[in-house]
Design a protein around this ligand. Sequence first.
Ligand SMILES: Cc1cc2nc3c(=O)[nH]c(=O)nc-3n(C[C@H](O)[C@H](O)[C@H](O)COP(=O)(O)OP(=O)(O)OC[C@H]3O[C@@H](n4cnc5c(N)ncnc54)[C@H](O)[C@@H]3O)c2cc1C
Length: 470
Amino acid sequence: MRYCKSVCWIRRDLRLNDNIALSSAIAQSKEVVLVFVFDSNILGKLKNKNDRRITFIYESLLELDQDLREKGSALVVLQGDPKIEIPQFSKRIKANAIFVNRDYEPYAKKRDKAVQNTCKKLGIVFNDYKDHVIFEGNELLNQSGKPYKVFTPYKNKWLVELNKTHYQNHKPNLKGLSSIKKLRGELSDWSFNTIGFNSVKLWLKPGQSAAENQLKQFLPHLNTYDKYRDYPFITNGTSHLSVHLRFGTLSIRSLVRVALNSTNSGAKTWLSELIWRDFYQMILDQFPHVVKGCFNQKYEQIQWPGVERHFTLWCQGMTGFPIIDSAMRCFNQTGWMHNRLRMIVASFLTKDLLVDWRKGEKWFAKNLLDFDLASNNGGWQWCASTGCDAQPYFRIFNPITQSKKFDPTGNFIRQYLPELNNFSNKHIHWPHLADREAQIKLGCIFGKNYPKPIVDHTEQRIKALQLFKF
Ligand SMILES: Cc1cc2nc3c(=O)[nH]c(=O)nc-3n(C[C@H](O)[C@H](O)[C@H](O)COP(=O)(O)OP(=O)(O)OC[C@H]3O[C@@H](n4cnc5c(N)ncnc54)[C@H](O)[C@@H]3O)c2cc1C
């Protein structure tokens, strides 16, 4: 054993199963204390006290703590600035080492560096591990020894380099955790009250066991993933695991094991999506300028002419385009949106309303339950054609064609826009063709019960094309 006592600090890895930092800490220490910090730097910036993500984290931790208590241990929960709290706590309990899983967001990298520096002065060793992705940072490089900028060659390299060690199960032996008796003085009360947020109702269950159940429920649908993944009205068309991946209530390795276990085309396509996730994490890590600016810096010169009023109507789901409005209202009600719809609404905001992608990205960041800086930024820049492996700027989604193709019977639209219920499957995608008499008959007057379209797609498309020509 290298260490007498260690702290394992969990952040976006809220699970006991298949956790590299935790299993390494236990393997190398006589005794391990598991710690989470409600970070005042992050929480302080959240103005909405009903933020769904806090409920997800809180309930996931509650389950984790209960699991530990059944095994005779407990979770230590701290509140404050982790740069101060983690070194102070480690010193107080006389820990020799800290174990964490790496996080590639700029704030997290800076925070961890500061913790590491303070710990060094205190004689506490800081150990960090790759756990959140399969390949990180500069592990996969192109033939010129540079990070990839395009997805397909990155994916090919990812598949060639992959071996069993990359996705093996790191099962911690939980017997190595400190007993509750020893932790007694460190177990403070933590409640929604003490962290200053409200508990809200979520559409999915938080926690490790819910994540595992969600995966089990999706498994029978994996083989048809390639066929159904683009249809938002199909319940199990996609896995709905993004929130669990975001907070680490499930490990990425467990999903890769599942994908590799099947040889069908559904599993292959799903694995490809997991690789997209790794790709965007790598882009964020290697090209951190994307946080504020265009990946492709030549597009910084675009002067986006979109107006605030259009942005507000987009956020509210009041644009008069049914597929956009139903997607945005679903998002506002649940904090989640299907991938196809994310692409359609992002394209609409940037290429139809001509609003800077950063505004949409921020709105998603504020409200997405699965918000992940890397994937969100990557997704927005892809749709706005400012990103890596960009959709060529001249490929602009037509929201009505997309609606007909991916919600052919209007089932999704009807779920969130009941005011359009009486329109036929054919007309629901563009109900504005109905004259006044038909509107009265169908119980929906445009401008009163449902907005008139705020822009003309054909005109806006031409303007968008002009924006990118320089
Ligand atoms: C504008 C925009 C913003 C996005 N913002 C986020 C975000 O903040 N957080 C987030 O996790 N995903 C984001 N995505 C990617 C994608 O929409 C979601 O991951 C997906 O909808 C989650 O649903 P699922 O879990 O059912 O995915 P599945 O289709 O079952 O895919 C499995 C997993 O693969 C990963 N994945 C799938 N598609 C992508 C993708 N295009 N890029 C990166 N990873 C992917 C996710 O972790 C997902 O859970 C965004 C996409 C766009 C176009």
